[in-house]
Write a protein that binds this ligand. Structure first.
Ligand SMILES: [Fe+2]
Ligand SMILES: [Fe+2]
Length: 199
């Protein structure tokens, strides 16, 4: 799977992020990663709460939540197996900056599309980070694990884009997605410096 087919992200992560930052603190990476999976599940639940009238979306979110919680369990299992301690939740400044881009007002359809694209964006960047991790980390277990998660998050990204197009009404999803990609490219410039999934 090439970057081009899965993501269209405008700024790739420098692999040195793995070598210079992540590898020196795997415990920190895993703690942050565990919370990322929980937050992905929580976002799926929020989408169910906000859209109980859309059965297809609800079914997709049930599957998503189950998968994200399975990812969470697997990260938590690795933390335990290695004798690490899962710390408190780390701030995810990257996601907080993306959140500011979600449109305010405009009606239910506009807001739903934006929340779906916001979700797709996080899946896409997480997928890219997992790919960079799997290809560069000097740790066989984690390399295999992150390769598997990369594929899973790519599927989630595609699912969120598909749902956005399904429920878009008059919203031009492609045009809005281009705006998200441009904004994300600006935001991510300031990252790649911390041992967190989006850090
Ligand atoms: Fe996940
Ligand atoms: Fe995901």
């Amino acid at each position: 799977m090439s970057d081009k087919t899965i993501l269209k992200l405008q700024l790739p992560t420098d692999p040195l992020w793995v070598k210079n930052v992540v590898e020196s603190n795997i415990e920190e990476l895993l703690t942050d990663h565990a919370f990322c999976e929980q937050k992905a599940a929580s976002n799926g639940i929020t989408l169910i709460v906000q859209n109980p009238n859309l059965p297809d979306l609800v079914q997709e979110m049930i599957a998503l939540v189950q998968e994200e919680m399975d990812h969470f369990k697997r990260v938590h299992d690795i933390i335990q197996a290695r004798g690490f301690v899962m710390g408190r939740e780390r701030k995810d400044n990257y996601v907080n900056e993306l959140r500011k881009f979600i449109v305010v007002g405009g009606g239910r359809t506009v807001q739903l599309v934006d929340r779906l694209l916001f979700s797709a964006m996080i899946e896409a960047r997480s997928c890219e980070r997992f790919k960079v991790l799997s290809e560069n980390i000097n740790d066989e277990e984690l390399s295999t694990f992150y390769h598997e998660l990369m594929i899973s998050e790519a599927t989630h990204y595609a699912m969120f884009i598909r749902l956005a197009k399904k429920y878009c009404g008059d919203v031009d999803v492609d045009a809005r997605w281009k705006q998200y990609l441009a904004y994300e490219a600006q935001v991510i410039q300031n990252y790649g410096k911390a041992e967190t999934i989006h850090g």
